[in-house]
Design a protein around this ligand. Structure first.
Ligand SMILES: [Zn+2]
Length: 164
């Protein structure tokens, strides 16, 4: 990355952060030659292969819209969904892999959704883990009972008393 001031061919990254759209990374850089600082915006190469074979950039909005359906009628806010989408992006980025298939993104959503709302988790899991029978639901519910969410994390406990 050339320094825009003195054209020095190298620069040092002093800070990087993902932009809100999740598709680009802003980096603060410093030129080792003249010492001046500048910002670059670079496209983050995190892509998703859809079932159709189409490759598209990872999108937090797509994560949110996928989960939103499973959360219908549940006490989950848009802000909750935004946090979840960010957690999902962080966990897939942390894997260091640049390309995922849509199913892997779905699987990355599950542990975060489970902490958010267990009913929404079951709905979502039934699609992404391809539940085929009631026995699959039973096994997933049993798993939830044996390993409840840690105290202090949002759970559906408060909402089970209210009828929809
Ligand atoms: Zn410079």
């Amino acid at each position: 990355m050339h320094c825009p001031f003195c054209r020095h061919p190298d620069s040092r990254v002093i800070d990087s952060r993902t932009a809100d759209d999740g598709l680009s990374i802003r980096r603060r850089r410093q030129c080792p030659e003249c010492g001046r600082r500048f910002t670059t915006t670079e496209t983050a190469s995190l892509t998703v292969i859809k079932r159709s074979g189409v490759v598209e950039p990872f999108s937090r909005e797509k994560v949110m819209s996928g989960v939103r359906k499973a959360c219908q009628g549940r006490p989950v806010t848009e802000a909750n969904l935004a946090v979840l989408a960010q957690q999902v992006e962080e966990s897939v980025r942390a894997s260091g892999v640049a390309q995922f298939d849509a199913n892997e993104i779905g699987l990355a959503i599950l542990p975060h959704l489970r902490e958010l709302d267990e009913v929404a988790y079951l709905r979502f899991a039934s699609v992404y883990q391809a539940f085929e029978s009631l026995a699959d639901f039973d096994a997933a519910i049993e798993e939830l009972r044996e390993h409840p969410a840690a105290p202090g994390t949002p759970s559906s406990a408060a909402s089970t008393a209210t009828q929809e």
